[in-house]
Design a binder for this molecule. Sequence first.
Ligand SMILES: Nc1ncnc2c1ncn2[C@@H]1O[C@H](COP(=O)(O)OP(=O)(O)OP(=O)(O)O)[C@@H](O)[C@H]1O
Ligand SMILES: [Mg+2]
Length: 131
Amino acid sequence: MVITLSGDLGAGKTTLVRGVLRGLDISGPVKSPTYTLVEPYAISSLYLYHFDFYRLNEPEEWEAAGFREYFRNDAICLIEWPERAGSLLPPADLHFVLEALDDGRRCSVTFASERADPCRAALTPFGPAQR
Ligand SMILES: Nc1ncnc2c1ncn2[C@@H]1O[C@H](COP(=O)(O)OP(=O)(O)OP(=O)(O)O)[C@@H](O)[C@H]1O
Ligand SMILES: [Mg+2]
């Protein structure tokens, strides 16, 4: 599953990923992969990869670094700054847009494929669905 997180610097992307990992009972430190570009986590028989492409200089670097190999059926890829990898990135199943407001954060979610249906069901109690 491919989950992209967009939003300005400091919008809350890493914090949301940290929350997802805590929800999956990952108890160790959740570092921002700002310099490493990817942090791997193993959850039962699944792999979860947290990417931050802010420091990619051009989309071709994504290919050259071998990141395509991480996008497998047994992997969940959570990606900050997906725009930096351009159109090389496999299409997102779920897309979050985060905004900092004066009194908190706004999170908009796009469910882009059937793989995101369970997430839609889980997130519906938190806000109205808009198309
Ligand atoms: N929902 C929230 N409510 C209040 N504060 C938040 C929320 N989400 C994040 N923050 C705070 O905002 C700051 C920036 O958050 P975070 O590092 O998650 O942003 P980011 O979008 O990952 O930024 P970057 O683009 O630099 O990676 C942190 O101090 C964090 O605690
Ligand atoms: Mg971040």
